[in-house]
Design a binder for this molecule. Structure first.
Ligand code: KIV
Ligand code: ZN
Length: 499
């Protein structure tokens, strides 16, 4: 069976999307999760785009050992040099250079003739190949490029040393049959096609990114570029979890092998949503709340008789927690570590100690702790270095005939500071009290949401707060059986990130 490589671009194309920026520690966290998931290539960023991007690409390349780490670069020598400096410490460093090949991009954006484009490709791919052996070249807007010219561009890149040729559907314009035909056409008409691997990179403007990627695989593509939860420019990129499960579930059709440990799909998806303060739409394939739910009587009847009547894959296969396993305050660390690993989470000793403390605090309040609550407790933010402000205690008072008030006490550099404030409700009052303690201004509440992780009056509540500050979005998540406490914790975590 042929091998299909999964190229993840969550940290580059995904992170480029509005409200999806991540802190370097979060990017490293995601990269390690992708490595554990088993993707073949992690595009860690665009090193030349900012010093912050350079630092994170370098940190990821230096840390990740089991897959290739790539940086994007324009056909500009400074970009390529910076990409090289960032990835050179990696296990199998890749530089991904790109240049547009469609008439509209060449005329209006690049202001280059076809001859000039071919010359620039040749010069920069050659330059890159002198630095690394693993060179990917992308013909930006390939699906709107003229085929004879696209063939020339691909031939030039391969002759100059590109080892992977990527065919992006940059604006999400193409259809599955067109994509199938395009890959076949290139593999047949590019003279040196056998000297490189072919890849696709599909955007989702018409909701066809996954379908187009699978069509490309069927036509002979060797690599699929995708991102966790489909994050990316505009409507996003092909969703990694959907591409992978499409190839795995329909192995009969695609006849290919992947490196991926699909058990870790849910954990990886959840991690990315959590970092960004987002939640999967309920009907999102593979990871949405309803992806494996059966409501209609006929369906329930069928599933009870045989799950395969209405389920083409099992939720457990992708690591989705079931509520069949319940833990309590007498549960041991070993059993919990075991369960977390079944759910796709591998924690270090230190992380496990922090986790177990959180678990015991919850188990003290709730008699039963479910899989879903365990998953919610695996937080990324505990590792966040900045913890300038921490909640010490709070009291709120609210009623339907009076305005709400809150007293909040925070620990700030080993000093306790307490303030009182009024508000339109208990959360507003508590946030106002926090604002009186926090130094500096310019932070704006962008979004606030709360949900319960499980059923019942004593359910664990998860609050997500998004703050806008200096044109960037900072997210905090708080968990508690008390929703006001969850909200204050989330607010403070988001504030800490702005510092
Ligand atoms: O969508 C696109 O064309 C890209 C390239 C840089 C690969 O993201
Ligand atoms: Zn893209």
């Amino acid at each position: 069976m042929r091998k299909i490589q999964i190229f993840d671009t969550t940290l580059r194309d995904g992170e480029q999307a509005p409200s999806c920026s991540m802190h370097i520690s979060e990017k490293i966290e995601v990269a390690l999760a992708l490595e554990a998931l088993g993707v073949d290539i992690i595009e860690a960023g665009f090193a030349a785009s900012s010093p912050g991007d350079f630092e994170s690409v370098k940190a990821i390349a230096d840390k990740v050992r089991n897959c290739s780490v790539a940086s994007l670069a324009r056909c500009v020598k400074r970009d390529i040099d910076l990409a090289y400096e960032a990835v050179k410490g990696g296990a199998d460093p890749r530089i991904h250079v790109f240049l547009a090949t469609s008439p509209i991009h060449m005329q209006y954006k690049l202001k280059m003739t076809e001859e000039k484009v071919l010359k620039v490709i040749d010069e920069h791919v050659r330059y890159t190949r002198n630095l690394v052996d693993n060179v990917e070249f992308s013909c930006e807007d390939a699906t709107r490029s003229e085929r004879p010219f696209l063939v020339k561009a691909v031939e030039t890149a391969i002759a100059a040393g590109a080892t992977v040729i990527n065919i992006p559907d940059t604006v999400g314009y193409t259809t599955p049959t067109e994509m199938y035909d395009l890959i076949k056409y290139l593999k047949t008409n590019v003279k040196n096609a056998d000297k490189a691997k072919f890849s696709v990179h599909c955007h989702n403007d018409l909701g066809l990114a996954v379908a187009n990627s699978l069509a490309a695989v069927e036509a002979g593509a060797d690599q699929v570029e995708c991102s966790v939860n489909g994050l990316g420019e505009r409507a996003g990129n092909a969703a990694l979890e959907e591409v992978i499960m499409g190839l795995v579930t329909r192995q009969d059709k695609y006849q290919c092998e992947l490196n991926v440990n699909i058990k870790k799909i849910y954990a990886t998806s959840n991690l990315v949503y959590k970092i960004l303060g987002l939640r999967a739409p309920i009907n999102k394939p593979i990871v949405g709340e309803n992806a494996f739910a059966h409501e209609a009587g006929i369906h329930q009847h069928g599933v009870l008789a045989n799950r395969a009547t209405y389920e083409i894959m099992s939720p457990q296969a992708v690591g989705i927690p079931s509520n069949s396993m319940i833990f309590g305050k007498h549960s041991g660390k070993h059993a919990i570590r075991d369960r977390l690993s079944t759910l796709g989470y591998t924690l270090t000793e230190e992380e496990m100690n922090v986790f177990f403390e959180k678990f015991k605090a919850l188990a003290d309040k709730r008699r039963k702790v479910s899989d879903a609550e365990l998953v919610a407790l695996v937080g990324v933010e505990d590792k966040y270095e900045e913890k300038e402000y921490q909640l010490d205690r709070f009291t709120v008072n609210s009623g339907n005939k009076s305005s709400s008030s809150a007293v909040v006490r925070l620990l700030v550099n080993n000093q306790l500071i307490e303030k009182v404030a009024l508000g339109h409700g208990p959360v507003d009052a508590a946030f106002n009290a926090v604002d009186k303690i926090i130094k500096g201004s310019g932070r704006e509440l962008d979004d606030y949401s709360i949900r319960s992780i499980t059923d019942g009056n004593d359910a664990l509540g998860e609050a997500i707060v998004r703050i806008k500050f200096n044109d960037a979005i900072y997210t905090g998540t708080g968990l508690s059986t008390d929703i006001i406490e969850a909200s204050i914790i989330a607010y403070i975590k988001a504030i800490n990130k702005t510092l």
